[in-house]
Design a protein around this ligand. Structure first.
Ligand code: ATP
Ligand SMILES: CCCCCCCCCCCCC/C=C/[C@@H](O)[C@H](CO)NC(C)=O
Ligand code: CA
Length: 541
């Protein structure tokens, strides 16, 4: 055994019946061992395993059973000692699994020395959560939230010594209201088990609570908001789970639980939505009017169908081919480095998100953070099938590249996609491109802009406002948008705000750069995504 102070710990340990050299490098924190393989003709020796300390979940002493004792080198030991290391192992398609390896030691002292060294390394991982507040929506998606949490997540949190307070929600807004009542500051993170709607609820609770405690009025659209340092974790158990997919790369509860345990941190842009100096909602993924708003409005009546409601309502909405007239005004994002037509997507440690944040900080230092107020506004009037503003790609299992494949999680901007009135056939061509590799913006009826702020007003509201004397007309318009089931022709759509409906024929939207943080790291870039070798854990830096 070799152990220079603070440096490496190197020992010959047992792996199954064979011996193997195991190394722990305290700086930068790496556990290494080589798989011992029986020397067979034509077969090379086992591969090297390297696990960064940041990806070790737990270490514990292990009882060696009788069967193991009777085999190989274990037989020579009077009383065998062993320890098990639980760690993250990467599988295909961004999936993470909790793997384990048990090392046998020649004596108790060596075993304790390894356990202590590994535990010290784990304690030095300061970004890991110790105490979490968990909200479970038992009715999201296929109604599996409680089972998913109990079977796949809670055992991992227990293994990682994370303590939890669990709330199973009893009604919509239970989690949001609760976040205004509890002492949130004793938690290292808030976890939501559910879909995009449940995430939205928790995010509203957290942002709202932080603003309240900071004395900030959310109703003023110009006020800078206080950032939320308490991270949110998402355990996917919804119908679309787009926020999870676009920030982790897969909808998989175990993968998400492991990202929470290792203490990942992914900042996220949030759009604030106002109307007439009244705060309406926040959005992180899709804020969609027209097609996606109508799908959501229709699908809400069919919640009993589970996730299939979106296919049913999607087909119905497609057939209705409803367009909406109105005016969109926006301020193009000048401070960001990328464009929505880029070929490069936002990935772990994204250069564009980093540069944008640096630029914003430089502007702050020069007192220029409110410069956008003077920036020019572009105005587009027209008939639209869909108006989609996305703060992230909105990739999800139904649309693996998302509605805007080059949108960034944390660049302080949103991609505003305007789909103008076109034939049903052309709209279908556009929708099909959500599901394949082709460029969905390469159509004459589709425009995309990267923006920091935008406004929308429906034609109906514009007409009403310009004709304020015509009180009867205004009242009639209001009646129709409030009662979609009535027989008159519906002139307004609703907004799909991260899977929640929002009724407003006029909105004012502003992107708040990196307002919240998630327990995620963005989608990882494997060295070779098609032939990923799960034993090497290799990533592009
Ligand atoms: N106990 C409950 N009973 C009824 N509704 C609830 C309850 N708890 C939470 N909700 C609400 O259910 C809504 C939808 O939940 P969730 O997002 O988890 O599932 P989903 O809609 O199936 O998935 P997705 O949003 O990904 O499409 C949320 O807006 C949330 O406010
Ligand atoms: C005939 C081909 C049709 C293809 C249609 C592709 C549909 C892709 C759906 C992408 C939706 C991504 C945006 C996510 C929105 C969520 O916030 C929301 C709530 O979970 N989900 C939906 C479906 O509105
Ligand atoms: Ca963004």
């Amino acid at each position: 055994m070799e152990q220079p102070p603070g440096g490496r710990l190197v020992s010959s340990l047992l792996l199954g019946p064979r011996g193997c050299e195991v190394t722990l490098e305290r700086e930068p924190g790496l556990l290494r061992w080589r798989d011992p393989q029986p020397p067979r003709r034509g077969r090379s020796s086992g591969g090297e395993n390297v696990v960064p300390a940041s990806e070790i979940i737990a270490v514990e002493e292990t009882e060696i059973d009788k069967k193991q004792c009777d085999s190989g080198k274990w037989q020579k030991m009077s009383k065998p000692h062993a320890f098990t290391v639980h760690y993250v192992k990467r599988a295909r398609n961004h999936r993470w699994r909790c793997s384990e390896i048990t090392f046998g030691c020649i004596d108790e002292q060596l075993c304790n020395q390894w356990i202590q060294a590994l535990k010290e390394l784990l304690d030095s991982q300061k970004s890991r959560p110790k105490q979490l507040l968990v909200y479970i929506n038992p009715y999201g998606g296929k109604r599996q939230g409680k089972r998913i949490y109990e079977q796949k997540v809670a055992p991992l949190f227990h293994l990682a010594s994370i303590s939890t307070d669990v709330v199973i929600t009893e009604h919509a807004n239970h989690a949001k209201d609760n976040l205004f009542e509890v002492n949130i500051y004793k938690y290292d993170g808030i976890v939501c088990v559910g879909g995009d709607g449940m995430f939205s609820e928790v995010m509203h609770g957290l942002i709202g609570r932080i603003q309240k405690d900071s004395g900030i009025d959310q109703n003023n659209p110009k006020t800078p908001l206080a950032q939320c340092s308490i991270r949110i974790g998402i355990i996917p158990a919804g119908s679309t789970d787009c926020i999870c997919y676009a920030t982790v790369g897969i909808v998989d509860p175990e993968t998400s639980a492991l990202h929470i345990i290792v203490g990942d941190c992914q900042p996220l842009d949030v759009s604030s939505i106002h109307h007439n100096n009244t705060f309406l909602k926040y959005s992180v993924s899709l804020l969609g009017y027209g097609f996606y708003g109508d799908i959501l409005r229709d699908s809400e009546k069919k919640r009993w169908m589970g996730p299939a409601r979106y296919d049913f309502s999607g087909f119905k909405t497609f057939l209705s081919h409803q367009y909406y007239e109105g005016t969109v005004s926006f301020q193009p994002a000048k401070g960001t480095v990328g464009s929505p037509r880029d070929k490069e997507s936002c990935r772990t440690g994204c250069r564009i998100c980093r540069q944008t944040k640096q630029l914003e900080e430089q502007q702050k230092n020069y007192g220029l953070e409110h410069k956008e107020v003077e920036d020019e506004w572009k105005v587009i009037k027209g008939k639209f099938l869909a108006i989609n503003a996305v703060n992230m790609s909105c990739a999800c299992p139904r649309s693996p590249k998302g509605l805007s494949p080059a949108a960034h999680l944390a660049d302080g901007s949103a991609d505003l996609i305007l789909v103008r009135k076109c034939s049903r056939f052309n709209f279908l061509r556009y929708l099909v491109r959500h599901t394949n590799q082709d460029d969905q913006f390469d159509f004459p009826f589709v425009d995309v802009y990267r923006v920091k702020r935008f406004q929308f007003m429906s034609k109906q509201l514009e007409d009403n406002e310009s004709d304020i004397k015509d009180v009867g007309k205004k009242r009639f318009g209001q009646f129709c948008s409030d009662h979609p089931a009535c027989c008159c022709n519906l002139a307004n759509s609703t907004w799909n705000c991260d899977g929640e409906t929002l009724d407003s024929s006029a909105v004012e939207v502003k992107v708040r750069c990196q307002l919240v943080k998630l327990f995620a790291r963005g989608i990882e870039n494997y060295k070779d995504e098609t032939a990923y070798n799960s034993s090497s854990n290799e990533l592009l830096s």
